[in-house]
Ligand binder design. Structure first.
Ligand SMILES: CC(C)(COP(=O)(O)OP(=O)(O)OC[C@H]1O[C@@H](n2cnc3c(N)ncnc32)[C@H](O)[C@@H]1OP(=O)(O)O)[C@@H](O)C(=O)NCCC(=O)NCCS
Length: 174
């Protein structure tokens, strides 16, 4: 299997929307009502919303492709609003890293993470950070492997009317 990473363009918005909906649903199904899930997917993963993110020059969006077919995506951006304490540093947020279920454990997420950390180091960010659902153990273990640590800060991340809590993880760069 040959893995390639490429920047996502606005022409890919329909594919991105399908992948974003699929992977979010696979990850969080059963943790909220079906109605909450559908309204969340429509609000955050519509082609209109994702199209505006793809046109945002400060948002970096990449596909990982297996033999030419997109199987994972990554989004990151310099951001501070939802985590006020991070404002003390020059900070880059890993906003989303999602791999289709059939491709977990194959080193694809690692390639995306390496790209993200390489970018952060090259641009001299002081810290990288991300939010992860408190019960998403697989993702937390994945981040731990890269040296992300629990900042001790949390954040409400409701899916529709279902309350959920995300931990903010961070990793300071040399
Ligand atoms: C999180 C994600 C990107 C990690 O990619 P991955 O290819 O699964 O990562 P890896 O297999 O390298 O690492 C996952 C670690 O979780 C652990 N793990 C594996 N299966 C697990 C399971 N069923 N439950 C808990 N932990 C598990 C292992 O420790 C593994 O590390 P290892 O290499 O030491 O075995 C991917 O699982 C994913 O897309 N998940 C769904 C979307 C998601 O949760 N995104 C993150 C939102 S914050």
């Amino acid at each position: 299997m040959e893995i390639n990473i490429r920047r996502i363009s606005i022409d890919d918005v329909s594919v991105l929307s399908l992948m974003a909906r699929q992977t979010f649903n696979d990850t969080f199904t059963g943790t909220c009502t079906e109605a909450d899930m559908l309204s969340f997917l429509d609000q955050f993963y519509s082609t209109a919303q994702l199209g505006s993110e793809l046109l945002d020059e400060e948002m970096y969006c990449f596909f990982a492709e297996a033999d030419g077919v997109p199987v994972a995506y990554l989004q990151f951006k310099e951001a501070y609003n939802s985590f006020p304490e991070i404002k003390r540093w020059k900070a880059l947020e890993l906003k989303r890293i999602y791999v289709l279920a059939g491709f977990h454990g194959k080193g694809i997420a690692q390639k995306l993470m390496d790209l993200f950390l390489g970018f952060a180091n090259e641009k001299k960010y002081e810290v990288v950070w991300l939010g992860v659902w408190e019960h998403n153990i697989r993702a937390q273990k994945f981040y731990e492997k890269y040296g992300f640590a629990d900042s001790g800060y949390t954040h409400d991340f409701p899916i529709g009317k279902t309350p959920q809590t995300d931990k903010w993880l961070w990793k300071f760069l040399a």
